[in-house]
Design a protein around this ligand. Structure first.
Ligand SMILES: *[C@@H]1O[C@H](CO)[C@@H](O)[C@H](O)[C@H]1NC(C)=O
Ligand SMILES: *[C@@H]1O[C@H](CO)[C@@H](O)[C@H](O)[C@H]1NC(C)=O
Ligand SMILES: *[C@@H]1O[C@H](CO)[C@@H](O)[C@H](O)[C@H]1NC(C)=O
Ligand SMILES: *[C@@H]1O[C@H](CO)[C@@H](O)[C@H](O)[C@H]1NC(C)=O
Ligand SMILES: [Ca+2]
Length: 389
């Protein structure tokens, strides 16, 4: 059977008020495919019937350019591309009758619809049954498991007005919860996120948050945390993305790894230490060893900030092999600097050097000298981009 495809060339209508509706099939008995308004150019639309119905309604005020679209006809032999849901993934690419594809939502989202849909053919019409699902950020829920994401309802869309959403987070017995804020924006003074240190709103209040200041991370004193979001009847914002992780009682939170470094120490309990080392070519900035101590707030925390591994501007290099990096590598080097690297090996060895990766601007030069200072013989002078010299 023949089917129709629509391709938009121009689309410009008054948001919400001037609407183009598209039905797959007739208006009565067909499937509403799209309700379009605003100025974003819509993606192509495909029918599964051999008709498409369009209805354009406009209000009394404000007119815009409108729309221009092309239609084309093709023969259906398989189902349409079922698409990829926003904030979710699809597995399966086959679209023959009887084939199915499976959908999954990203962390923090729940599936609306069913996760498995099947390509169906009835009287020469090819369609997915049931309709492909969507992924949405729910209004509240009971969360268990060692870690997870908590999103404001409809995130990343602005949250709806007049909502009351409650989340209860429960982790392993004898563990506590760390809540960190990746994104936070609520209407100041009218929309709130209240966080309680326990299973419900009768537990001690840890804080009530609103506005756009991203709160500091929050730690619970037991294995449950209760969060209540309240929005009033007007003005919304983007909402929040919170991440929770569980942690054994009486230990510090996972301090993470270092870029271009390694860590020794996996026990994060009070009194234990972790020590960082940098890979060849990098030097450590800060103190390499962190100790888990009891903080002033009665909660375990690391006694120092995490160090960093940075590629220095010059230095003394020795040993039988090693790596020399431009300052700040793999980031760009800073301008107007001269960095002197001196590479010495025990007597009776010669230095063999090879550039694994080389990229400079045309006026930036690397000079290699044969000897201990810049007054020695220049072996090579390089700029531009090279590999394996
Ligand atoms: C969901 O998808 C949108 C659009 O791709 C993206 O901007 C948003 O960050 C995603 N949400 C999360 C929690 O990553
Ligand atoms: C969460 O659990 C509580 C108590 O067990 C229950 O009353 C509530 O309905 C649950 N909420 C959801 C969204 O499942
Ligand atoms: C340092 O880490 C970055 C990011 O992980 C990586 O791209 C880079 O290659 C590393 N540097 C070296 C010399 O391996
Ligand atoms: C590094 O330099 C390149 C070329 O000059 C530039 O395109 C790039 O944005 C720079 N990267 C950073 C992190 O500054
Ligand atoms: Ca509001």
């Amino acid at each position: 059977m023949l089917l129709l495809s629509l391709h938009f060339l121009v689309f410009h209508t008054e948001e919400v008020h001037d609407v183009l509706r598209i039905w797959d099939g007739p208006q009565d008995g067909g499937v509403l495919l799209r309700e379009l308004s605003g100025s974003a150019l819509p993606p192509d639309a495909h029918s599964t019937f051999n008709t498409i119905t369009l209805q354009f309604t406009t209000d009394f005020f404000t007119s815009k350019q409108g729309f221009a679209l092309q239609f084309s006809v093709s023969t259906a032999t398989s189902c349409n591309d079922p698409g990829m849901p926003t904030n979710g993934t699809r597995s399966g690419d086959s679209r023959e009758p009887g084939d199915h594809v499976v959908f999954q939502c990203d962390p923090g989202y729940i599936l609306q619809g069913v996760n498995r849909i099947t390509c169906t053919e009835i009287n020469g019409r090819f369609f997915w049954q049931p309709d492909p699902p969507t992924c949405t950020a729910p209004c509240g829920g009971n969360l268990t498991g060692p870690s997870g994401l908590i999103l404001s309802p409809d995130y990343p869309e602005p949250y709806p007005h007049g909502r009351e959403c409650d989340w209860r987070v429960t982790v392993t017995q004898d563990y506590v919860i760390l809540l960190s804020f990746n994104h936070f924006s609520l209407e100041p003074s009218y929309d709130f996120l209240h966080i309680y240190d326990g299973p419900d709103s009768l537990s001690p209040l840890l804080g009530s948050f609103y506005g756009t200041d991203v709160p500091d991370r929050i730690e619970s004193s037991s294995n449950t945390l209760f969060m209540a979001f309240r929005s009033d009847a007007s003005l919304s914002s983007n909402g929040f993305v919170l991440q929770y992780t569980e942690n054994p009682r009486e230990s510090c939170f996972e301090p993470g790894l270092l870029r271009n470094g390694t860590r020794v120490g996996t026990d994060l309990k009070l009194g234990f230490t972790v020590t960082y080392h940098c890979e060849s070519g990098y030097t450590l900035e800060g103190d390499p060893t962190l100790t888990c101590i009891m903080g002033g707030d009665g909660k375990p925390s690391w006694n120092k900030p995490k160090p960093m591994c940075i590629a220095p501007c010059g230095g003394q290099y020795s040993g039988l092999e090693g790596v020399v990096l431009s300052p700040g590598y793999p980031g760009n080097y800073t301008s107007s600097r001269t960095c002197l690297y001196s590479v010495a090996v025990p007597k009776d060895y010669v230095v063999f050097s090879q550039f694994a990766f080389f990229q400079t601007a045309l006026n930036d030069i690397v000079e290699v000298y044969d000897g201990p200072t810049q007054h020695s013989r220049v072996l090579s002078s390089l700029s531009g981009a090279h590999t394996g010299i």
